[in-house]
Design a protein around this ligand. Structure first.
Ligand code: PMP
Length: 357
């Protein structure tokens, strides 16, 4: 039975991207060699990385004065690369959960870190609002989608200083005005491809302003200069990114997938609200399109979460266990998750309400 994959990441990818990647591992473009046994400096691989970069630029409408990098190390490496390259004296962070906190921890190694806003008082169930961003910061960092807590910035914020965003879990799920950001980064392993490659979109003029020495591999300018080929790039993940972006373009790009994402999320949030067994812990106005946590309602609060998880599993649904910091359940509804999977989950919740709980 085909599984409904609600995993938070690595996660579901478009079937066609997986099939094309599988074929390329056996034989890339009929050249008689595998994608993973050729040099990254061959014409064949250069065409792959160029196509990935061009598609990303086109789909997210990334202006020409921004460079696109494909790096290793995950989003977690960016937690330290960002301050290494940008923090002279003081940086501001919005503390919206686990990943934001990890980013702040690294920045503290390089300078003063101001927690400009926080949602910790209510277990990160909302996005802070109404705060003032100091104008003497080297940059202000936000996590646009909080994968664990299921909160998301609904718009691109106005920021008086360089705005840096971790978009690991909502990149390409909605249109973004890239010009409002100085740097955007994320691990690819949600909406873009498999684990192993990290994207960075950086406005070049923000670089070269810190006084410290930066190790070559951690200096964005190295990777800009060498076209992400200073060292061997993660060739297989980049190929899958290229295929995933081709798929996204073929279905109408970001505006089209955003409509589908909005419809999927509405279907599920409406059911969470209606169903007497479940509730959402997240503030209505900040609910994520990509990660939808839900818990048992008051009525069912003493029920073992394994009961619903096992029930869902018997219907082919996987990846629904909630993060331990939130409890309950979490359905991740990334770009590649079809509407049918959300419909199946809603039916499963309705059956659970009628017959199990
Ligand atoms: N930021 C966010 C918002 C994430 O969801 C994750 C991983 N789930 C990370 C950062 C860390 O990414 P990585 O594992 O690629 O270092």
């Amino acid at each position: 039975m085909k599984k409904h994959n609600f995993s938070a990441g690595p996660c579901i990818l478009p079937r066609v991207a997986i099939e094309n990647a599988a074929a390329a591992v056996l034989d890339l473009n009929g050249i008689g060699l595998s994608l993973i046994e050729i040099s990254h400096r061959t014409k064949d691989f250069e065409a792959v990385i160029d196509e990935a970069t061009n598609l990303f630029r086109e789909l997210l409408q990334i202006p020409d004065n921004y460079k696109i990098l494909w790096l290793g190390g995950g989003a977690s490496m960016q937690f330290c690369m960002v301050p290494f390259n940008l923090l002279n004296k003081k940086a501001g962070y919005a503390n919206t959960g686990v990943w934001a906190k990890k980013a702040m921890k690294e920045a503290k190694i390089f300078g003063e870190v101001v927690e400009v806003a926080s949602s910790e008082d209510k277990n990160n169930t909302y996005i802070p609002k109404g705060y003032t961003i100091p104008t003497d910061l080297d940059y202000f960092h936000i996590t646009t989608n909080n994968t664990i807590f299921g909160t998301e910035y609904q718009t691109d914020i106005d920021c008086p200083v360089n705005l840096v965003a971790d978009m690991s879990s909502d990149i390409l799920s909605r249109p973004v005005d890239v010009s409002k950001y100085a740097l955007i980064y994320g691990g690819a392993q949600k909406n873009m491809g498999p684990a192993g490659v990290t994207f960075v979109i950086v406005r070049e003029d923000i670089l070269g302003k810190v006084e410290r020495a930066i190790p070559t591999m951690l200096d964005y300018r190295t990777h800009i200069k060498e076209g992400s080929m200073f060292n061997t790039p993660p060739v297989f993940p980049i190929f899958v990114v290229k295929e995933t972006l081709k798929w996204l373009k073929s279905i109408g790009g970001v505006p089209a997938i955003n409509k589908i994402n909005v419809a999927k999320a509405k279907l599920l949030y409406d059911e969470i609200e209606r169903n007497s067994c479940f509730a959402s812990p997240v503030a209505v106005e900040d609910r994520s399109l990509m990660n939808i946590p839900f818990i048992y309602s008051e009525k069912c609060k003493d029920t073992d979460p394994a009961l619903f998880l096992d029930f869902a599993k018997s219907k082919g649904m996987v990846g629904l266990k909630g993060h331990r910091l939130v409890g309950g359940f979490r359905a991740s509804t990334y770009n590649a998750l079809p509407m049918e999977s959300v419909q199946a989950l809603v039916e499963c919740m309705q059956e659970f309400e009628k017959s199990v709980c």
